[in-house]
Design a protein around this ligand. Structure first.
Ligand code: ATP
Length: 930
């Protein structure tokens, strides 16, 4: 049996880990024995080989494989430990069996029990532990159950069970709540105390199921209406699970006690119904413990070179999942007694006794077969043995308490109970660590990181853009201000010089005029003087004139100098303004450079985001490959396309050698190829399928990719996903991709030919998420717009499917439904106009009119517009008029023709009313205008 070998998810990953496990194993081995046992029976245990309830087959995966999968293929051998507990005498026995002490004699210090055979002879039996009637509940828990609980906390499965005759204390040992006397608490309560005390409530989790097996039917003690739960066995790992059972998370002891009380009440109610005091059912408590392994590097030994970077970058958390099963078996009395006991009572009780006996004898047979090393273990004979297949000869650590009573009247039962315990002691289990990578939480962590990075980048980008804008505006203002100041100063100077120039010109002119006048009078005087003094006066006057001119020249020179200085001042100012302008320009250049750096940084971040996405994809692929390898190891060496894909994705030579790990997702897709991405849509792992369908949907959103996807068979694969998958995320994303592909006429025909309408309808029926319905409605709405497909679409239930979705009430879904109806009505009205369609609208035939009328006044404009259009199209065909009048659509048409905010729709409504004699007659009858 490959199952019990426990390979698959239960693997060791590296040498360091293996060595730490060895340490664990030692502690396990130390814990394994209740205490050193001198008994001959127990000493024989070491010679028994590891066995399971089914013959064990060696598996290549278990013997070692890629990625450090466990190479030893096995776990820690551990024999089933068996203790005997003697119940104290009850009042009845004290009265009736004065000689009971002679029947059973306990020798706890020798771990032996003597059972009287007859008056002369006794048989001696050795066990792992002997509990006298005085043994406390605490000691029984610590010796029998505590080591099992400790190994469950370390990630192993463990079982504690009680077997014995009715009324000998099985429930007392396992299920006693001890509400009034805490010293009386049984194994279940104490085990949960230890578990809750050891785990971290922040990271780890504990959940329980509580069931009873009665007459070969498993019932949920936490939800009695759930009364036929099936057993599921994982063919790879051999793990037994009951997915139909309620699983309640426990966070404190009080809530666990309440759960046990609830279960007890339901069990008690069932027993009362059957008119019996003792438990006729087997009660099973399952406690699942999930713990995160801290401070380990579980992937450091990944030997594959291409994985080493990933291994360093992303350490998937390792979780250990231990399961504790506590089984309170029904009373083990023999059938003859049961039959005698119930003689004359109803047949049901006999059937019940047979059923209890059947399951317990099936358990006994399996234990015998295991103890005798038999080739066939009859595990399938009863539900009890199927449930416990892991506990005897499987991968769990198992302790059995056999309970006996002291009364000599039940010597036969006591004897058979003891023999059962003796045989159970010979069964050897092979403990396996239940440890696995938690890829889901890694993926969640990476997605969160990605979101944070994107948000931070967007925030920085926005702040940077704002800053650039502010600096830019500021420098523009500064430049404008200095330009304005410069122009003002220049103007002022110009005006000043002009004024001064004009003034000096004026002065010179005045001077000249004065001089001229003087000169004229001087000339007259000179002529007189010449006449009288013969030229002396003339020479004095000339000298004076020269002196005046000199003064004037000096003054002009000074003025010129001042003007030159003024000019050079202005030149300096101009130069400084230019310097300021240059510094502003260099500031702008610097800012531009900063902007370029930031956008380079942005590109880099985008590259990193792409890398993260590609690494996420690669992780998913990696996980899938590992699972496939394990599968292949179990079923032969067939390789398949997906393996090739894994190899391609992992082959470093295929990566862009320059950009190395920074190859973008697009590059990765290019390398991997569309066919291979599409092949991932059929991957076994649902996470890989989800990832792949998202990738395909993204590609399908680009019109350029749509034809390639369809040619590569992507449309068929997406339709197949709707057909075969149960996962709603897959349905939603696949329907979205189909809706995108359904925008093209050829694809619409293909979708119809492949039974797309029925698939979409079924998807809509099973959908719980409005977004899934939106995608499905969007896809059908696109198909509704194809003139050629009208009859077929309706025949396959497309209109009904659309109408079926309106119950959801979500405005996005309703808008798509309305769009589909408008598309359909438009095609119908075209066909009617061309004369290719006669008779009533198929929309009216399929009962769409009431919803159309009801939605015509919807507040959501997307819904209202489509419905208004649909009404106008329906009204264009006279044959629909009567139905429209009786359905209240005429009022809506009149309203649309008057109030619709869109002129084209108003006109269309008006035209439809005007062209129908039936509408006109009705409006006349109602004395209404339109
Ligand atoms: N070790 C013990 N010390 C004190 N009382 C005990 C002990 N074991 C059992 N009893 C008492 O004996 C009675 C029967 O015990 P219990 O119901 O646990 O038996 P059982 O084996 O589970 O029976 P059944 O198979 O019918 O369910 C109970 O009243 C219980 O309290």
């Amino acid at each position: 049996m490959a199952a019990a070998a426990g390979f698959g998810s239960n693997t060791y990953r590296n040498a360091a880990h293996r060595s730490s496990l060895k340490a664990d194993n030692k502690s396990l081995a130390a814990n394994q024995s209740f205490k050193s046992s001198p008994s001959s029976s127990s000493s024989s245990s070491s010679s028994f080989k590891s066995r399971s309830l089914q013959p064990r087959k060696s598996s290549p995966a278990a013997l070692g494989g890629a990625n450090g999968v466990a190479r030893d293929g096995g776990g820690v051998p551990g024999r089933v430990r068996v203790a005997v507990r003697l119940r104290p005498c009850n009042a009845e026995e004290l009265a009736a069996d004065a000689d009971f002490a002679d029947c059973v004699e306990l020798q706890p210090e020798l771990k032996r029990l003597k059972l009287r055979k007859n008056n002369w002879d006794t048989d001696t039996y050795a066990f792992d532990e002997i509990f006298t009637e005085f043994a406390s509940q605490k000691r029984v828990y610590e010796v029998v159950a505590k080591p099992v609980v400790e190994s469950v906390l370390e990630g192993y499965n463990g079982t504690v069970m009680a077997y014995g005759q009715t009324g000998t204390g099985k429930t007392y040992t396992l299920g006693k709540l001890g509400e009034e006397d805490t010293a009386a608490r049984g194994i279940m309560v104490r085990a949960m105390e230890d578990i809750l005390g050891d785990i971290s409530l922040e990271t780890d989790s504990v959940s329980v199921s509580y069931l009873q097996l009665y007459m070969e039917t498993i019932q949920d003690l936490l939800d009695p209406s759930n009364d036929n739960i099936s057993i599921v066995e994982d063919p790879k790992t051999g793990d037994v699970s009951l997915p139909g059972a309620s699983l309640v998370e426990v966070r404190d002891q009080q809530s666990f006690l309440e759960l046990l009380q609830l279960g007890e009440a339901h069990r008690f109610a069932a027993n009362t119904k059957l008119n019996t005091e003792s438990s006729r059912s087997h009660a099973i408590l399952m406690v699942n413990v999930k713990r995160y392994v801290k401070e380990k590097d579980p992937v450091q030994s990944m030997e594959n070179g291409s994985n080493s970077h990933l291994a360093r970058t992303f350490k998937a958390p390792v979780v250990r999942k231990g399961k504790l099963v506590v089984v309170d078996l029904a009373g083990s009395e023999r059938i003859d007694k049961s039959v005698l006991h119930v003689a004359g009572s109803e047949g049901h009780t006999l059937e019940e006794a047979k059923s209890i006996n059947l399951s317990l004898s099936a358990l006994g047979k399996c234990i015998n077969a295991l103890a005798e090393n038999s080739a066939h273990i009859p595990v399938r004979d009863s539900k009890l043995t199927r449930l416990l297949r892991d506990s005897f000869g499987g991968t769990a650590r198992t302790s059995l308490v056999i309970t006996i009573g002291p009364s000599p009247r039940h010597r036969g039962e006591t004897m058979s109970t003891i023999m059962f315990g003796q045989r159970a002691m010979k069964v050897e289990n092979m403990l396996k660590l239940k440890e696995e990578f938690d890829y889901k939480s890694l993926s969640r962590k990476l997605e969160l990181q990605l979101d944070k990075l994107i948000a931070e980048h967007e925030r920085q980008q926005k702040a940077f853009d704002d800053e650039i804008e502010r600096i830019h505006a500021e420098s523009e203002m500064q430049i404008a201000e200095s330009e304005r100041q410069y122009a003002d100063a220049l103007e002022r100077e110009r005006m000043k010089y002009q004024k001064e120039y004009m003034e000096s010109i004026k002065k010179i002119e005045e001077q000249l005029v004065g001089d001229q006048r003087k000169h004229d009078s001087d000339s007259a005087t000179v002529a007189q003087n010449d006449y009288y003094s013969n030229g002396e006066v003339s020479s004095i006057s000339a000298l004076k004139e020269v002196a005046d001119l000199k003064k004037l020249l000096e003054k002009e020179t000074l003025l010129k100098k001042a003007a030159e200085e003024e000019l050079s001042n202005h030149k300096r100012q101009l130069y400084q303004s230019k310097l300021m302008e240059a510094s502003a320009t260099s500031e702008i250049l610097k800012l531009r450079k900063l902007l370029e750096d930031e956008s380079r940084q942005k590109d880099k971040l985008e590259g990193e985001i792409s890398l993260l996405q590609s690494q996420l994809l690669q992780l998913s692929l990696d996980a899938d490959e590992r699972r496939r390898r394990l599968d292949r190891a179990g079923s032969g060496n067939d390789s398949n396309d997906l393996d090739c894909l894994m190899a391609q994705v992992k082959n470093p030579q295929l990566s862009d050698s320059e950009n190395g790990e920074k190859a973008s997702v697009a590059k990765l897709f290019e390398q991997v190829g569309l066919h291979k991405i599409l092949s991932l849509l059929e991957a076994d792992d649902v996470d890989v399928r989800i990832h792949a369908v998202k990738v395909v949907a993204n590609l399908a959103a680009e019109e350029a990719n749509q034809q390639k996807i369809v040619e590569a068979g992507g449309l068929m694969s997406l339709l197949n996903l709707l057909r075969s998958s149960d996962d709603e995320t897959i349905h939603r994303v696949a329907a979205g991709a189909i809706a995108n592909l359904a925008m093209n006429e050829t694809n619409q025909e293909l979708i119809m030919a492949q039974g797309g309408i029925r698939l979409l309808s079924t998807t809509a029926t099973n959908a719980g998420d409005p977004q899934t319905l939106r995608m499905v409605a969007g896809a059908i709405a696109n198909l509704c717009g194809n003139d050629k497909l009208q009859t077929m679409l309706r025949g396959e239930g497309g209109i009904k499917a659309l109408l079926g979705m309106v119950h959801c009430g979500h405005p996005d879904v309703l808008a798509q439904v309305a769009r589909g109806i408008a598309n359909f009505a438009k095609c119908e009205s075209r066909a009617s106009a061309q004369g290719t369609k006669t008779g009533r609208s198929l929309l009216i035939e399929d009962g769409a009119l009431p919803w159309i009328v009801q939605s015509a006044n919807s507040e959501a404009s997307a819904i209202r517009r489509h419905i208004e259009l649909a009404l106008c199209h329906l009204a264009q065909h006279e044959v629909n008029a009567k139905d429209m009048i009786s359905g209240g659509a005429l009022w809506e048409l009149v309203r649309i023709s008057r109030d619709c905010s869109r002129e084209d729709i108003r006109t269309l409504a008006h035209r439809s009313l005007a062209s129908s004699s039936t509408f006109k007659a009705e409006l006349r009858r109602l004395r209404m205008d339109y």
